[in-house]
Design a protein around this ligand. Structure first.
Ligand code: TXA
Ligand code: MG
Length: 556
């Protein structure tokens, strides 16, 4: 079969061509053909929902189990009485508020709807998609269009016409390209035939918005986990393993910094990673598909299926993924990831507290760390670890000597002066060296953090932010101090002249840099060391208590 392609990505173009394409697609549907259609959620594989033979072909083309009913796509609430009965007034309230949009409502089935469409159930799923092209097609076809997601059964849903062709080329009569799907996850399914209404599938419309309008909603067990043996989910489709790439998926839940760390601990050279944008750089040796910033669930929803699909073109043998929290669209994104994983979940350890300290010389980092030690923290001094690795880590030595030939003496020891000269005042060379150092140092610090178990850890690093170590920290703390005080402290501590002390301070980044990039600041303008320690003790005690409380709250 040849699959026709209708390009309707740009609806501002030639009016005539657009109308012709819409008419052609509508005619195909009316004549019993299968046509993939764009919606705001995912692409649908459409057929005339009243035509038994056509609907049967949907199941064949997708390889979909016969007991999994389809959603009827309508042009609006005015079509409800044709295909449903005993419609509660609340259904109209929801439809008027959220249609066209990513909400599917389950209602009692009307007589016109054939058994195949609802897989024999006496209820029917209905929704009005929010896509101008598909709405025009529905209006012109004049029939409700039954449309499951346009993927082969079991594969991740399609969020572009290209995805559809990948799965369906040659199996269906046509594909209408309406551009990429703006929501990216399927509609929210709400069963309105019971009291209270029940969420059968979290989706593009957050439950919170529904509850705001109609009060509390029950959540079906299939939403949060696999069903116990013998129990039937109310949305038959929720029982199947879904959205799954070829490689097995593990979802790592917990605070983003922790789940990233947990994944880092588990990955090998053939692992793939789905993570938030902020953590992508932690996995330079893996195939990584970032799904958007931690705080942008809209983007995560748009990208989640694309990420799951993309691994099938690689040699990845296992996939680890971070997971958003369950608020707003996070519930739907997390549900798709967990379904792809067959609900294989790992909870990232959440007891440990990691504080990252940074700032210029003479500000009081050492005193602050002494206080943290007193409070029971394990302190990881990055500079010390770095020097140890320079002397003993063969892989790092090899990488450095390849980039800077001759800096290691024939006996294997480092000629520090020579390395210093190679990078002194040469920005590019210094960046090259730093990239190598971070590549080896960051995993080593992470290994030491792991070793420290459920304790408080303090990372001491002047390059905390540049190395990327900041992302494993629960808090990053800028230790700052007025310049004049720093000058005096450095002179006393290192027995150097004032001029030299000032030079060292100007060679470093200003306090403002650390202040703007860290999550908190501890300013040391105390006159004596004792006073600063008192301030620091109070500062860190409070901070540790606050982080602990946050973690406890996350657990509940
Ligand atoms: O966003 C969407 O809803 C997309 C686009 C194309 O509109 N469609 C979609 O369809 O996701 P599908 O077939 O992939 O998922 C429909 C889900 C299945 O889990 C199915 O079991 C459930 O809806 N469903 C359909 N009719 C039902 C009914 N009468 N009672 C309970 N669940 C039903
Ligand atoms: Mg589907």
């Amino acid at each position: 079969m040849h699959t026709l392609y209708f390009d309707l990505r740009d609806t501002k173009g030639q009016q005539k061509t657009i109308e012709d394409n819409i008419s052609a697609a509508a005619r195909l549907l009316r004549d019993g053909a299968l046509v993939a259609i764009p919606t705001e959620t995912v692409y649908g594989l459409g057929a005339n929902g009243l035509d038994e033979a056509a609907v049967r072909r949907i199941f064949e083309a997708k390889g979909r189990p016969q007991d999994n009913p389809l959603i009827l796509h309508l042009t609006g609430p005015q079509w409800l009485p044709r295909y449903c009965r005993d419609i509660p007034p609340m259904a109209y309230v929801l439809a008027r508020k959220f249609w066209p949009g990513p909400l599917t409502i389950i209602l009692k089935r009307g007589e016109l709807v054939p058994d195949v469409t609802t897989a024999g159930l006496d209820t029917v799923a209905v929704r009005c998609p929010n896509h101008p092209v598909t709405l025009a097609i529905l209006r012109e076809a004049g029939v409700p269009v039954a449309a499951p997601s346009a993927n082969l059964s079991g594969r991740p849903s399609c969020t572009s016409a290209q995805d559809v062709l990948e799965d369906m080329d040659g199996r269906i009569e046509g594909v209408v390209d309406g551009g990429p799907c703006v929501v990216g996850v399927e509609s929210t399914i709400l069963d309105m035939t019971c009291e209270p209404p029940r969420l059968l599938r979290p989706g593009g419309l957050p439950v919170e918005e529904l509850e705001r309008l109609i009060g509390p909603i029950a959540v079906d067990r299939a939403v949060t986990g696999t069903m116990p043996e013998g129990e039937r989910p109310r949305a038959p489709g929720m029982k199947y393993r879904h959205y799954a790439p070829k490689a097995p998926v593990t979802v790592v839940t917990g605070a983003p910094a922790k789940s990233a760390q947990e994944i880092k601990r588990r990955v090998g050279p053939t692992s793939g990673v789905i993570c938030f944008d902020e953590y992508a750089r932690m996995f330079p040796d893996q195939v990584v598909h970032p799904i958007g910033p931690v705080d942008d669930k809209l983007i995560q929803a748009q990208r989640v299926f694309e990420a799951l699909r993309a691994f099938d073109a690689t040699k990845v043998t296992e996939i680890y993924t971070q997971c958003p929290d369950g608020q707003g669209l996070g519930l739907a994104v997390g549900n798709r990831l967990k379904k792809a994983a067959g609900f294989r979940e790992v909870e990232a350890d959440s007891e440990k507290i990691v504080l990252g300290l940074t700032g210029g010389t003479g500000a009081g980092k050492s005193s602050a760390l002494a206080v943290l030690r007193e409070l029971g923290a394990v302190v990881l001094d990055c500079d010390k670890v770095y020097h140890k690795m320079l002397a003993g880590d063969e892989e790092m030595q090899k990488a450095i000597s390849k980039a800077f030939p001759g800096v290691f003496r024939p006996d294997g020891t480092l000629n520090r002066q020579k390395l210093g000269q190679e990078v002194f005042m040469k920005k590019e060379q210094l960046e090259k060296l730093n990239a190598i150092v971070y590549h080896f140092l960051v995993p080593e610090i992470q290994r030491r953090l792991d070793e420290a178990g459920d304790s408080i850890c303090a990372i001491d690093a002047i390059n905390l932010l540049e190395s990327g170590l900041d992302i494993v920290c629960d808090r990053t703390i800028a230790i700052t101090s007025p310049t004049e005080l720093r000058v005096r402290r450095i002179m006393a501590r290192d027995k150097i002249t004032e001029q030299y002390a000032r030079m060292r301070i100007t060679a470093q980044k200003p306090d403002e840099y650390y202040r703007s990039k860290c999550s908190c600041e501890l300013n040391n303008d105390a006159d004596t060391a004792e006073e600063f320690q008192r301030i620091a003790r109070r500062f860190f005690s409070r901070m540790i208590r606050a982080v602990r409380e946050e973690k406890q709250n996350k657990k509940i």
